[in-house]
Design a protein around this ligand. Structure first.
Ligand code: 13P
Ligand code: SF4
Length: 307
Protein backbone atom coordinates (compact mmCIF):
# COMPACT_ATOMS: atom_id res chain seq x y z
CA UNK A 1 0.00 0.00 0.00
CA UNK A 2 2.72 2.42 1.01
CA UNK A 3 4.69 1.52 -2.13
CA UNK A 4 1.68 2.30 -4.35
CA UNK A 5 1.24 5.65 -2.63
CA UNK A 6 4.91 6.50 -3.17
CA UNK A 7 4.68 5.57 -6.86
CA UNK A 8 1.52 7.67 -7.31
CA UNK A 9 2.99 10.73 -5.57
CA UNK A 10 6.25 10.34 -7.43
CA UNK A 11 4.32 10.71 -10.70
CA UNK A 12 2.31 13.65 -9.41
CA UNK A 13 5.45 15.51 -8.29
CA UNK A 14 7.48 14.45 -11.34
CA UNK A 15 10.06 13.12 -8.90
CA UNK A 16 12.90 10.65 -9.16
CA UNK A 17 14.02 8.56 -6.17
CA UNK A 18 17.74 7.90 -5.82
CA UNK A 19 19.08 5.49 -3.18
CA UNK A 20 22.56 4.53 -2.05
CA UNK A 21 23.56 0.86 -1.98
CA UNK A 22 23.74 0.99 1.86
CA UNK A 23 20.07 1.97 2.33
CA UNK A 24 17.63 -0.60 3.68
CA UNK A 25 16.48 -3.11 1.05
CA UNK A 26 12.93 -1.86 0.63
CA UNK A 27 14.14 1.69 0.03
CA UNK A 28 16.64 0.45 -2.58
CA UNK A 29 13.78 -1.48 -4.19
CA UNK A 30 11.44 1.51 -4.48
CA UNK A 31 14.19 3.72 -5.96
CA UNK A 32 14.42 4.56 -9.64
CA UNK A 33 18.17 4.22 -9.33
CA UNK A 34 20.29 2.60 -6.64
CA UNK A 35 24.04 2.99 -6.85
CA UNK A 36 27.34 4.24 -5.51
CA UNK A 37 28.25 7.88 -4.93
CA UNK A 38 29.59 8.39 -8.46
CA UNK A 39 26.61 6.75 -10.18
CA UNK A 40 24.13 8.68 -8.02
CA UNK A 41 25.89 11.99 -8.73
CA UNK A 42 25.67 11.27 -12.45
CA UNK A 43 21.99 10.44 -12.15
CA UNK A 44 21.37 13.64 -10.18
CA UNK A 45 23.13 15.70 -12.85
CA UNK A 46 21.23 14.08 -15.74
CA UNK A 47 17.65 13.65 -14.56
CA UNK A 48 14.90 15.68 -16.19
CA UNK A 49 12.51 15.33 -13.23
CA UNK A 50 11.51 18.40 -11.17
CA UNK A 51 12.20 16.79 -7.80
CA UNK A 52 14.97 14.50 -6.53
CA UNK A 53 14.23 12.47 -3.39
CA UNK A 54 17.66 11.47 -2.11
CA UNK A 55 17.74 8.37 0.08
CA UNK A 56 21.18 8.35 1.63
CA UNK A 57 23.07 10.86 3.75
CA UNK A 58 23.21 14.64 3.71
CA UNK A 59 26.38 15.20 1.64
CA UNK A 60 24.86 13.11 -1.16
CA UNK A 61 21.68 15.18 -1.29
CA UNK A 62 23.77 18.36 -1.13
CA UNK A 63 25.86 17.11 -4.05
CA UNK A 64 22.66 16.46 -6.02
CA UNK A 65 21.49 20.02 -5.32
CA UNK A 66 24.81 21.50 -6.51
CA UNK A 67 24.66 19.43 -9.70
CA UNK A 68 20.97 20.21 -10.32
CA UNK A 69 20.43 23.68 -8.80
CA UNK A 70 17.13 24.25 -10.62
CA UNK A 71 15.55 21.14 -9.08
CA UNK A 72 14.01 20.64 -5.66
CA UNK A 73 16.13 18.15 -3.74
CA UNK A 74 14.55 16.44 -0.73
CA UNK A 75 16.17 14.29 1.94
CA UNK A 76 13.50 12.15 3.65
CA UNK A 77 15.40 11.98 6.95
CA UNK A 78 16.92 15.33 7.89
CA UNK A 79 19.22 13.88 10.55
CA UNK A 80 20.98 11.42 8.20
CA UNK A 81 24.54 12.72 8.17
CA UNK A 82 27.98 11.21 7.58
CA UNK A 83 30.37 11.28 10.57
CA UNK A 84 33.36 11.15 8.21
CA UNK A 85 32.17 14.20 6.26
CA UNK A 86 31.92 16.03 9.61
CA UNK A 87 35.58 15.30 10.40
CA UNK A 88 36.75 18.36 8.48
CA UNK A 89 35.19 21.84 8.53
CA UNK A 90 35.81 24.65 6.05
CA UNK A 91 37.78 26.57 8.73
CA UNK A 92 40.05 23.55 9.28
CA UNK A 93 40.61 23.16 5.55
CA UNK A 94 41.56 26.84 5.23
CA UNK A 95 44.21 26.32 7.95
CA UNK A 96 45.44 23.10 6.33
CA UNK A 97 45.79 24.83 2.94
CA UNK A 98 47.70 27.71 4.51
CA UNK A 99 50.39 25.25 5.65
CA UNK A 100 50.84 23.94 2.09
CA UNK A 101 50.23 26.97 -0.13
CA UNK A 102 51.47 25.31 -3.36
CA UNK A 103 49.47 22.09 -2.99
CA UNK A 104 46.18 21.24 -4.69
CA UNK A 105 43.25 19.88 -2.67
CA UNK A 106 41.39 16.69 -3.53
CA UNK A 107 38.30 16.10 -1.42
CA UNK A 108 36.40 12.86 -1.17
CA UNK A 109 32.73 13.37 -2.11
CA UNK A 110 31.96 12.48 1.54
CA UNK A 111 32.45 16.12 2.55
CA UNK A 112 30.35 19.26 3.00
CA UNK A 113 29.58 21.70 0.17
CA UNK A 114 31.82 24.28 1.91
CA UNK A 115 34.76 21.86 1.87
CA UNK A 116 34.10 21.06 -1.79
CA UNK A 117 34.04 24.79 -2.54
CA UNK A 118 37.56 25.11 -1.11
CA UNK A 119 38.85 22.09 -3.06
CA UNK A 120 40.35 21.86 -6.54
CA UNK A 121 39.07 18.38 -7.29
CA UNK A 122 36.44 16.08 -5.87
CA UNK A 123 36.52 12.30 -6.21
CA UNK A 124 34.60 9.19 -5.17
CA UNK A 125 35.93 5.80 -4.16
CA UNK A 126 35.14 4.69 -7.72
CA UNK A 127 37.49 7.16 -9.46
CA UNK A 128 39.94 8.54 -6.86
CA UNK A 129 43.02 6.77 -8.27
CA UNK A 130 42.29 7.77 -11.87
CA UNK A 131 41.50 11.35 -10.90
CA UNK A 132 44.68 11.83 -8.86
CA UNK A 133 46.78 10.25 -11.62
CA UNK A 134 45.61 13.06 -13.95
CA UNK A 135 46.82 15.86 -11.66
CA UNK A 136 50.12 17.38 -12.90
CA UNK A 137 53.05 15.35 -11.50
CA UNK A 138 54.82 18.29 -9.87
CA UNK A 139 51.85 19.09 -7.63
CA UNK A 140 51.73 18.13 -4.00
CA UNK A 141 48.23 16.95 -3.01
CA UNK A 142 46.22 17.49 0.17
CA UNK A 143 43.64 14.70 0.48
CA UNK A 144 40.59 15.22 2.75
CA UNK A 145 38.85 13.89 4.79
CA UNK A 146 39.44 10.10 4.47
CA UNK A 147 42.96 9.04 5.44
CA UNK A 148 42.23 5.47 4.32
CA UNK A 149 41.06 6.26 0.80
CA UNK A 150 43.88 8.84 0.63
CA UNK A 151 46.57 6.33 1.60
CA UNK A 152 45.17 3.84 -0.92
CA UNK A 153 45.47 6.50 -3.65
CA UNK A 154 49.00 7.27 -2.41
CA UNK A 155 49.97 3.59 -2.73
CA UNK A 156 48.45 3.27 -6.19
CA UNK A 157 49.85 6.48 -7.69
CA UNK A 158 53.09 7.01 -5.73
CA UNK A 159 52.11 10.69 -5.42
CA UNK A 160 53.16 13.15 -2.72
CA UNK A 161 49.93 13.25 -0.69
CA UNK A 162 49.36 14.83 2.72
CA UNK A 163 46.47 13.06 4.46
CA UNK A 164 43.79 14.57 6.68
CA UNK A 165 43.16 12.20 9.63
CA UNK A 166 39.45 11.51 8.95
CA UNK A 167 37.91 8.06 8.57
CA UNK A 168 34.61 6.22 8.27
CA UNK A 169 33.76 4.71 11.68
CA UNK A 170 32.07 1.75 9.98
CA UNK A 171 34.96 0.82 7.69
CA UNK A 172 37.61 1.62 10.31
CA UNK A 173 36.54 -1.48 12.26
CA UNK A 174 36.75 -3.79 9.24
CA UNK A 175 40.14 -4.95 10.48
CA UNK A 176 42.77 -7.30 9.06
CA UNK A 177 41.95 -9.67 11.95
CA UNK A 178 38.31 -9.90 10.86
CA UNK A 179 39.30 -10.47 7.23
CA UNK A 180 41.85 -13.14 8.19
CA UNK A 181 39.24 -14.94 10.29
CA UNK A 182 36.77 -14.90 7.39
CA UNK A 183 39.47 -16.16 5.01
CA UNK A 184 40.26 -19.04 7.33
CA UNK A 185 36.62 -20.08 7.38
CA UNK A 186 36.13 -19.59 3.64
CA UNK A 187 39.51 -20.18 1.97
CA UNK A 188 38.06 -20.33 -1.56
CA UNK A 189 36.27 -16.99 -1.33
CA UNK A 190 37.56 -13.86 -3.07
CA UNK A 191 37.94 -10.87 -0.74
CA UNK A 192 36.34 -7.65 -1.99
CA UNK A 193 37.01 -4.63 0.23
CA UNK A 194 36.06 -0.97 0.10
CA UNK A 195 39.01 1.46 -0.05
CA UNK A 196 37.66 3.19 3.09
CA UNK A 197 39.02 0.16 5.04
CA UNK A 198 42.31 0.57 6.95
CA UNK A 199 45.60 -0.26 5.23
CA UNK A 200 46.26 -3.65 6.88
CA UNK A 201 42.77 -4.85 5.91
CA UNK A 202 43.14 -3.50 2.37
CA UNK A 203 46.32 -5.50 1.93
CA UNK A 204 44.40 -8.74 2.49
CA UNK A 205 41.85 -7.96 -0.23
CA UNK A 206 41.85 -9.42 -3.73
CA UNK A 207 40.04 -6.34 -5.05
CA UNK A 208 39.41 -2.81 -3.71
CA UNK A 209 36.18 -1.50 -5.13
CA UNK A 210 33.39 1.04 -4.66
CA UNK A 211 29.99 -0.46 -3.85
CA UNK A 212 28.79 -0.35 -7.47
CA UNK A 213 32.07 -1.82 -8.68
CA UNK A 214 31.59 -4.70 -6.21
CA UNK A 215 28.17 -5.45 -7.69
CA UNK A 216 29.61 -5.51 -11.22
CA UNK A 217 32.61 -7.55 -10.19
CA UNK A 218 30.55 -10.28 -8.52
CA UNK A 219 28.09 -10.49 -11.41
CA UNK A 220 30.87 -10.87 -13.98
CA UNK A 221 33.23 -13.07 -11.96
CA UNK A 222 33.65 -16.82 -12.46
CA UNK A 223 34.08 -17.15 -8.69
CA UNK A 224 31.01 -18.06 -6.67
CA UNK A 225 32.11 -17.22 -3.10
CA UNK A 226 33.00 -13.78 -1.80
CA UNK A 227 34.03 -12.18 1.48
CA UNK A 228 32.55 -8.69 1.50
CA UNK A 229 34.41 -6.04 3.49
CA UNK A 230 32.13 -3.02 3.57
CA UNK A 231 28.85 -1.88 5.14
CA UNK A 232 26.18 -4.61 5.28
CA UNK A 233 23.51 -2.79 3.23
CA UNK A 234 25.34 -3.89 0.10
CA UNK A 235 24.33 -7.52 0.69
CA UNK A 236 20.73 -6.77 -0.39
CA UNK A 237 21.89 -5.42 -3.74
CA UNK A 238 24.39 -8.26 -4.24
CA UNK A 239 21.78 -10.94 -3.58
CA UNK A 240 19.43 -9.31 -6.05
CA UNK A 241 22.06 -8.96 -8.75
CA UNK A 242 23.85 -12.28 -8.25
CA UNK A 243 21.48 -14.87 -6.78
CA UNK A 244 23.08 -18.27 -6.38
CA UNK A 245 26.49 -16.90 -5.37
CA UNK A 246 27.66 -17.04 -1.73
CA UNK A 247 28.61 -14.03 0.39
CA UNK A 248 30.23 -13.75 3.79
CA UNK A 249 30.44 -10.44 5.59
CA UNK A 250 33.86 -9.63 7.05
CA UNK A 251 32.17 -7.34 9.59
CA UNK A 252 28.53 -6.87 10.45
CA UNK A 253 28.77 -3.16 11.38
CA UNK A 254 26.05 -0.98 9.96
CA UNK A 255 25.94 2.71 9.15
CA UNK A 256 23.06 3.94 11.33
CA UNK A 257 22.66 7.06 9.23
CA UNK A 258 22.16 5.10 6.02
CA UNK A 259 19.40 3.09 7.71
CA UNK A 260 17.41 6.12 8.83
CA UNK A 261 15.52 6.44 5.54
CA UNK A 262 12.38 4.26 5.57
CA UNK A 263 9.46 3.86 3.18
CA UNK A 264 7.39 5.89 5.66
CA UNK A 265 9.64 8.92 5.54
CA UNK A 266 10.05 8.66 1.75
CA UNK A 267 6.25 8.90 1.55
CA UNK A 268 6.15 11.83 3.99
CA UNK A 269 8.90 13.51 2.03
CA UNK A 270 6.82 13.37 -1.18
CA UNK A 271 3.59 14.29 0.58
CA UNK A 272 4.95 17.34 2.38
CA UNK A 273 7.89 18.18 0.07
CA UNK A 274 10.28 17.81 3.01
CA UNK A 275 13.17 18.24 3.85
CA UNK A 276 14.39 20.57 1.18
CA UNK A 277 18.17 20.76 0.77
CA UNK A 278 19.46 24.29 0.26
CA UNK A 279 23.03 25.26 -0.64
CA UNK A 280 24.31 28.84 -0.55
CA UNK A 281 24.64 30.00 -4.19
CA UNK A 282 28.25 31.21 -3.93
CA UNK A 283 29.31 28.01 -2.17
CA UNK A 284 27.47 25.92 -4.78
CA UNK A 285 29.14 27.76 -7.66
CA UNK A 286 32.62 27.06 -6.28
CA UNK A 287 31.82 23.47 -5.26
CA UNK A 288 30.49 22.78 -8.75
CA UNK A 289 33.98 23.17 -10.28
CA UNK A 290 35.44 20.34 -8.21
CA UNK A 291 32.35 18.18 -8.81
CA UNK A 292 32.47 18.74 -12.58
CA UNK A 293 36.06 17.52 -12.54
CA UNK A 294 34.91 14.44 -10.61
CA UNK A 295 32.23 13.66 -13.21
CA UNK A 296 34.75 13.90 -16.07
CA UNK A 297 36.73 10.91 -14.80
CA UNK A 298 35.67 7.39 -15.73
CA UNK A 299 32.25 6.16 -16.74
CA UNK A 300 29.93 4.98 -13.99
CA UNK A 301 30.91 1.44 -13.02
CA UNK A 302 27.33 0.47 -12.41
CA UNK A 303 23.91 1.90 -11.73
CA UNK A 304 21.15 -0.54 -11.23
CA UNK A 305 17.70 0.47 -12.30
CA UNK A 306 15.62 -1.04 -9.54
CA UNK A 307 12.12 -0.84 -10.91
P1 13P B 1 30.50 4.24 -2.59
O1 13P B 1 29.11 3.70 -2.71
O2 13P B 1 30.71 5.37 -3.54
O3 13P B 1 31.50 3.17 -2.71
O4 13P B 1 30.61 4.94 -1.15
C1 13P B 1 30.69 4.29 0.05
C2 13P B 1 30.28 5.14 1.20
O5 13P B 1 30.75 4.97 2.30
C3 13P B 1 29.26 6.14 1.02
O6 13P B 1 29.08 6.85 2.18
FE1 SF4 C 1 29.73 8.03 6.18
FE2 SF4 C 1 30.81 5.62 6.56
FE3 SF4 C 1 28.16 5.92 6.74
FE4 SF4 C 1 29.39 6.09 4.35
S1 SF4 C 1 29.26 4.27 5.64
S2 SF4 C 1 27.81 7.47 5.17
S3 SF4 C 1 31.32 7.05 4.95
S4 SF4 C 1 29.72 6.86 8.09
Amino acid sequence: MIKEKIIELKKKRNAVILAHNYCIGEVQDIADFAGDSLGLSKQAAQTDSDVIVFCGVHFMAETAKILSPQKTVLIPEASAGCPMADMITDAELIEFKAKYPDAVVVCYVNSSARVKALSDYCCTSGNAVELVARIPQDKQILFVPDRNLGSYVQEMTGRDIVLWPGYCPIHEVVTDKKISAAKQKHPRAKVLAHPECPEAARHLADELLSTAQMLDYIENSDADEFIIATESGIIHAIEKRSPGKKFYEASSDVCRNMKKTTLENVLQSLENMQHEVVVDLEVAKKARRSLDRMLEVLPVASEKKSN
